[in-house]
Design a protein around this ligand. Structure first.
Ligand SMILES: Cc1cc2nc3c(=O)[nH]c(=O)nc-3n(C[C@H](O)[C@H](O)[C@H](O)COP(=O)(O)OP(=O)(O)OC[C@H]3O[C@@H](n4cnc5c(N)ncnc54)[C@H](O)[C@@H]3O)c2cc1C
Length: 415
C-alpha cells in the first residue's frame, strides 16, 4: 500500500485501536482514520465491571494509548463520529453527520451491542445496562452503600457487577433464568460452585427466575422500584442492572451486502468477501484453526490479537490469527480463566479440591481429548492446558486429576 492510501477503521473500541497501532507498526505509511461513535478514544472494557465500577481503578487506566501517541503516529481518531453507510462502489464511508471519508482499505470493528430485555417497565429510569465507560460511571453512582441492587442475568458480567456492588456496600440479588450461573461458559458443577461463592458473601443468587417486568416506584413513577418474576415473586430494588448478553453489530456490514452469519464472516487474515474490507473483534465470525471451526468470540483476547492480525494484513503483512480461545473473569478474590470452547464434552476432571486459596483447575474431555479448561486462582495451569488443547492430547485422566503429578509431566506423557 502506498503512502497516499487511506485506511479507515469503523469502531473505536479495543479492536479498532489495536488494529490502527498494528498497521502503523507493520509499516503502513498512509492515512489512518478511526471513526469512534463514543466520545472516547479507544479503551478496554474489562475494568468497567471491576475496578472502574468499584472505584478502585482509575478511569485513565482503561485507555489503550495517550492522545500524544495518536498524534505522534499520525492516527486520526474522530470521536463522536458514527459511520452510517458504506459505499463499496465509491470506496467511501458516509458518516451520520453528513461527512464522507474515502478509503482504500476499510476495517469494521463495530463490536457488540447490548441485548435489551423486552419486558414491561424496561424503559424506566434506574434500569442500567453496562457496555461503555459512560454506563460504568452512571452505574457506579447508583451503587451507594445500602442500596438494594437487583441484577438480571447471572452471566460473567452480572456476577462481576454483583461482586463490585457488594464491595460498595450494596445488598445484592442476582436473578438467573437457567439452572446455574455462567451456564454458557462453565460446566454446571463449576457454575454451582461460583453461585455458592457469591451466596457466602451475601449475594442472594436465585436460579430458574423468569423476569416478567419492572415495577415503577409508587413515589417516583418514572423510576424502577422492583423486579417482578413470572412466579409472582417481587424483588424491591433501588437499582436494576440488566446483563443478558450482546449481539454482533453487523448492521453496517449487512446493509453493505457483506456476508454475515451471526457476525461478519472473515478469513484467517480478517478479510471479508470484499478484498478491500476487513473486520476484527466481537463483530466477526472467523475460522479458528485450532478448533477446526468458525466461531464468534466476545473477548479481550480476540479484540487484541485478531485486530493485530487484521491490521498487519491490511498493511500487506499477511498474518494468520490463530489462538486457543481464552477468557477471564474476576469476582471477589477469585480469578477465573477459561480456555477453549468445550462443546459436547463427556467427562469433567477436577484437578485438586475446589479450594480458591490453593487454586484449582477443571478439564473438559471429549472421547478422552482435552477440549477445554478452567482455572480458579491457578494461572500456572493455563500454559500447559493450552498445550494440551492445541495438541488434542489424550492425557491419563487420573494423572490429570492428581495435583501431585505436574501438568508438564501429564503433557509429556500424553505427547
Ligand atoms: C463490562 C465488560 C466487562 C468485560 N470483561 C471482560 C473480561 O474480563 N475478559 C474478557 O476477555 N473480555 C471482557 N469483556 C469483553 C471485551 O471487552 C470485548 O470483547 C471487547 O471490548 C470487544 O472489543 P471490540 O473492539 O471488538 O468491540 P467493542 O468494545 O464493542 O467496540 C466497538 C466500538 O465501535 C463503536 N461503533 C459501533 N458501530 C459504529 C459505527 N457505525 N461508527 C462508529 N463507531 C461504531 C461502538 O460504539 C464501540 O465503541 C468485557 C466487556 C464488557 C462490556
Amino acid at each position: 500500500m502506498s503512502a497516499d492510501a487511506t485506511h479507515v477503521i469503523v469502531g473505536g473500541g479495543q479492536a479498532g485501536g489495536r488494529a490502527a497501532e498494528a498497521m502503523r507498526a507493520a509499516g503502513f505509511e498512509g492515512r489512518i482514520v478511526c471513526l469512534a461513535s463514543e466520545p472516547e478514544r479507544p479503551y478496554e472494557r474489562p475494568p468497567l465491571s471491576k475496578g472502574v465500577l468499584t472505584g478502585e481503578a482509575a478511569e485513565s487506566a482503561v485507555y489503550l494509548r495517550t492522545p500524544a501517541y495518536y498524534a505522534e503516529n499520525g492516527i486520526e481518531v474522530w470521536t463522536g463520529a458514527a459511520a452510517g453507510h458504506i459505499d463499496r462502489e465509491a470506496r467511501a464511508v458516509a458518516l451520520t453527520d453528513g461527512r464522507r471519508v474515502p478509503y482504500d482499505r476499510l476495517l469494521l470493528a463495530t463490536g457488540s451491542r447490548l441485548k435489551r430485555l423486552p419486558v414491561p417497565g424496561g424503559d424506566l429510569r434506574g434500569v442500567y445496562y453496562l457496555r461503555t465507560l459512560a454506563d460504568s460511571r452512571d452505574l457506579r453512582d447508583a451503587l451507594a452503600p445500602g442500596a438494594r441492587v437487583v441484577i438480571v442475568g447471572g452471566g460473567y458480567i452480572g456476577l462481576e457487577v454483583a461482586a463490585s456492588a457488594v464491595k460498595r456496600g450494596c445488598a445484592v440479588t442476582v436473578l438467573e433464568g437457567a439452572a446455574t450461573v455462567m451456564a454458557r461458559q462453565l460446566a454446571p458443577e463449576l457454575g454451582s460452585w461460583f453461585a455458592e461463592q457469591h451466596r457466602a458473601r451475601g449475594v442472594d443468587v436465585v436460579t430458574g427466575a423468569q423476569v416478567a417486568g419492572f415495577e415503577a416506584r409508587p413515589d417516583a413513577p418514572e423510576r424502577a422500584g422492583a423486579v417482578r418474576c413470572a412466579d409472582g415473586s417481587v424483588y424491591p430494588a433501588d437499582a436494576v442492572v440488566v446483563g443478558v448478553g450482546v449481539a454482533p453489530a453487523t448492521e453496517l456490514a449487512e446493509r453493505a451486502g457483506l456476508t454475515c452469519d451471526d457476525g461478519v464472516v472473515v478469513d484467517e487474515h480478517g478479510r471479508t468477501d470484499d478484498p478491500a474490507i476487513f473486520a476484527a473483534g466481537d463483530v466477526t465470525r472467523h475460522p479458528n484453526p485450532v478448533l477446526g471451526r468458525r466461531i464468534r468470540l466476545e473477548s479481550w483476547q480476540n479484540a487484541q490479537y485478531q485486530a493485530e492480525a487484521a491490521g498487519r494484513s491490511m498493511a500487506d503483512v499477511p498474518t494468520e490469527y490463530r489462538v486457543v480461545p481464552w477468557f477471564w473473569s474476576d469476582q471477589f478474590d477469585q480469578n477465573l480463566q477459561m480456555l477453549g470452547l468445550p462443546e459436547g464434552w463427556d467427562r469433567l476432571v477436577w484437578r485438586g479440591e475446589p479450594d480458591p486459596a490453593a487454586g484449582f483447575a477443571v478439564f473438559y474431555l471429549r472421547d478422552g481429548v482435552v477440549v477445554g479448561a478452567n482455572a480458579v486462582n491457578f494461572g500456572k495451569a493455563i500454559a500447559p492446558a493450552r498445550k494440551l488443547i492445541e495438541t488434542r492430547a489424550r492425557p491419563d485422566a487420573d494423572a490429570l486429576a492428581d495435583p501431585g503429578t505436574s501438568l508438564k509431566t501429564v503433557l509429556k506423557a500424553a505427547g
